[in-house]
Design a protein around this ligand. Structure first.
Ligand code: SF4
Ligand code: SF4
Ligand code: SF4
Length: 419
């Protein structure tokens, strides 16, 4: 009896692998089309570099004494321009910082975006989200929010440099959830009425599809504010042992998803190599996400890296695709335009500045660096059998000086093989 079971399992595994390869091949072809005809789907606004926290891993090297970003008139003009030149229906405006809520004119900017029909979401440390702020965020049409919680109380406060930061952030999340409960108190739509979401890729999954994989956002709520409230945790070598305890906390909260990502070698984190994930940590992190998703819990990895066929499609809602410059663009606090805010800011990666050149012209005429596979620049990737699917990996972890990928999970999560 055991042999047929084993054989069955092997056949099923082989079929799943075949299906994943077929999907990945389709995605590879689609990526090539995007290199030629990119589609703007996510536009990041880094509203300020000011922050009331001081995270050791901050990708934007933020701090209390940093200036605000551009004047409100500039954001209005960019929004008008984008509305005129792009289809904004599938576009997500992603607001980030610094801590965006530190901007006194935050609601003026986002109120304008909302009035012009933009869908917007934000990342925040949530320390400033009082019940009144949650109410105003709803009124301004905020669709999604991702709040950072980087460990249990002591760890979070230490890593983020703010005593009481954990308590404030958890209160902020509770205020968001309470506001949502109040707004959606009317009877829920039956599952038969739910809309079917198209699968989305990469970082889109974090912004547009942060609902539970097994529970599409209720049809009634889908087009409305607060469609998804997400928690994001950055895992490093020191806080990885807190994964289970954090899970026990978030499981009891009515959040839509928990995004768990590894510490990446960018920004200030480059100064703390001892906190980078070891190969063993990487395996532990990915197995944790995999196991929780098998239990149907809304844990997700985000776009970060190609993870091999055992885990692709299992630890996030779709396959690896670095969206930088093909789906995603960013306007930094000083007006510089880049592909994704997580990418190192250098003269090579910055594509222009909206104070000098219209955003549309920059998007249409520049960005060559991002519209070809990174693997063409990286010697280590040239003979890799996964090159077709991974394309040289993520732009945020690429070292543009040495033309090498800093993070490759081959040999850690999956082995070289002939595909
Ligand atoms: S990571 Fe976010 S919360 Fe932390 S210092 Fe940077 S902007 Fe502030
Ligand atoms: S650069 Fe990194 S964070 Fe940005 S889209 Fe690519 S994989 Fe995602
Ligand atoms: S060697 Fe390059 S293409 Fe191959 S898996 Fe690593 S990063 Fe991806």
């Amino acid at each position: 009896m055991i042999l047929p079971l084993i054989l069955n399992e092997m056949v099923t595994k082989e079929r799943i692998l075949e299906m994943k390869r077929a999907h990945s091949e389709e995605l590879a072809q689609f990526r090539e089309k995007l290199y030629v005809r990119p589609r703007l789907r996510q536009l990041f606004f880094e509203l300020t570099l000011k922050c009331n926290e001081a995270c050791f891993h901050c990708g934007s090297s933020c701090g209390a004494a940093r200036p605000d970003g551009l004047p409100v008139e500039v954001y209005r003009a960019v929004l008008d321009e984008v509305k005129q030149n792009f289809d904004i229906r599938p576009l997500m405006l992603c607001i980030t910082g610094g801590e965006p809520l530190l901007r006194p004119d935050f609601f003026e900017i986002l109120g304008y975006a909302h009035s012009q029909g933009f869908t917007w979401g934000m990342t925040s440390n949530a320390t400033l989200i009082t019940p009144q702020v949650a109410h105003r965020l709803y009124e301004s049409g905020m669709a999604t929010i991702s709040v950072s919680i980087d460990g249990l109380e002591k760890t979070h406060d230490r890593l983020r440099g703010l005593d009481g930061g954990y308590r404030l952030a958890m209160e902020g999340i509770e205020n968001l959830l309470a506001e949502r409960d109040r707004r959606y108190a009317e009877p829920a739509v039956s599952p038969g009425q739910q809309e079917n979401d198209q699968p989305v890729t990469g970082q889109q999954a974090d912004w547009q599809h942060v609902n539970r994989p097994d529970q599409p956002v209720e049809g009634k709520r889908r087009k409305k504010p607060f469609r998804a409230i997400q928690v994001t945790t950055v895992i490093n070598h020191e806080n990885i042992h807190e994964l289970d305890a954090l899970y026990a906390i978030f499981e009891k909260m009515d959040i839509d998803s928990w995004r768990v990502i590894g510490l990446e070698p960018i920004g200030l984190a480059l100064l703390r190599p001892e906190l980078m994930l070891t190969p063993e940590d990487q395996r532990r992190l990915i197995s944790f996400i995999y196991e929780k998703r098998c239990e149907q819990m809304p844990v997700t990895y985000g776009c970060s890296h190609f993870v091999g066929f055992d885990y692709e499609r299992e630890i996030r809602d779709w396959y690896f695709l670095c969206n930088a410059g093909i789906y995603t663009a960013s306007i930094m606090a000083n007006g510089d335009v880049g592909a994704c805010l997580d990418i190192e800011r250098t003269p090579r990666t910055v594509q222009g500045n909206i104070l000098e050149t219209p955003f549309t012209e920059i998007w249409n005429k520049r960005f060559e660096l991002f519209r070809r596979p990174l693997s063409r620049m990286c010697e280590d990737c040239r003979d890799c059998s996964y090159e077709r699917y991974c394309a040289g990996g993520a732009h945020h972890s690429f070292d543009y000086e040495s033309n090498r990928q800093r993070i490759c999970l081959k040999g850690i999560l999956f082995d070289e093989e002939n595909l």
